[in-house]
Structures are given as C-alpha cells and as structure tokens.
Design a protein around this ligand. Structure first.
Ligand code: ZN
Length: 144
C-alpha cells in the first residue's frame, strides 16, 4: 500500500476518473457510430424475445472506431478542463485504463483487440505515427 501526498492523490484521482469516463465515452461512441442501429448486432433474450442484447464488438474494426470517437469526446472535455497538456499526457488516462485491463488478464479476443493495440490505434488515428511510435516503444521496453 502506498500513501500518496496530496498532489499525487489529485493526479491519480483525475486519471482514474478520466479512465472511467473513457469507458462511458466508448459506449456512447457505439451509439453515435450507429452500431446500435444494426439489428445484426443484437441477439434476442428469452423464449419470448422480450429483450435484445447488444453483442459487443463483432469485429475489431467496430471497437477501434468506438475507441477513436470515444477518445475524441474525452479529449475535447480534457482540453477544456486541462488546457495545455501534451498529446502524450492527454492519452495517459486511456493508457492507464488499458494497462489495468491487460494486468487483470484481458487479452485480444474474438470481440476485442488487445489493450495495447487499442492504445496504439488511438494514438495513430488521433495524433499520428510519432505518438503511436512513442506508446509502442514504451510497451516494448518491458517485453520479456
Ligand atoms: Zn465496444
């Protein structure tokens, strides 16, 4: 256990809050991208089909697009609330969230890309190759 000083506690709390906000933004992006309009993305529940469940990420492209749109929403908010940050710094909450997902065993699956690939894709799409290369190289530093 660590006891953070007040300054680090504020930074850590903001990163956690923004990482959680990214999850909400990602789900909102599925709506904005029209993923909920496609009936083939749903499976019926119950014998009487009283409800339908959204099948998350039938392919990785849908997830990548929701990540990018979700990140753009979050980034707009962050630019207003925390002006002047670098591109690398603005991605910190998303990187932390994806690192936590990886740490608890979330890997590439049929429905979702790997957390690291999601970070690199957001960086590439929103900031270009140099920022993507920065995050990619940060992951390879710890490769065993
Ligand atoms: Zn999704």
């Amino acid at each position: 256990m660590l006891k953070l000083n007040e300054e680090l506690l504020v930074i850590h709390s903001n990163l956690l809050h923004l990482g959680e906000a990214f999850i909400f933004c990602h789900e909102l992006a599925h709506f904005l991208n029209g993923d909920l309009d496609d009936q083939s993305n749903f499976v019926s529940l119950g014998r009487d089909k009283i409800a339908a469940k959204y099948v998350e990420g039938k392919n990785h492209e849908i997830e990548y697009k929701a990540d990018i749109k979700g990140y753009q929403i979050l980034s707009t908010y962050m630019s207003a609330e925390f002006p002047g940050g670098s591109d690398e710094l603005r991605m910190a909450p998303v990187v932390m969230l994806m690192d936590v997902l990886e740490a608890i065993g979330i890997r590439e699956s049929y429905t979702h890309p790997s957390p690291k690939d999601r970070v690199i894709n957001i960086a590439e799409s929103c900031y270009g190759g140099e920022v993507a290369k920065f995050w990619k190289s940060s992951y390879s530093m710890f490769k065993k």
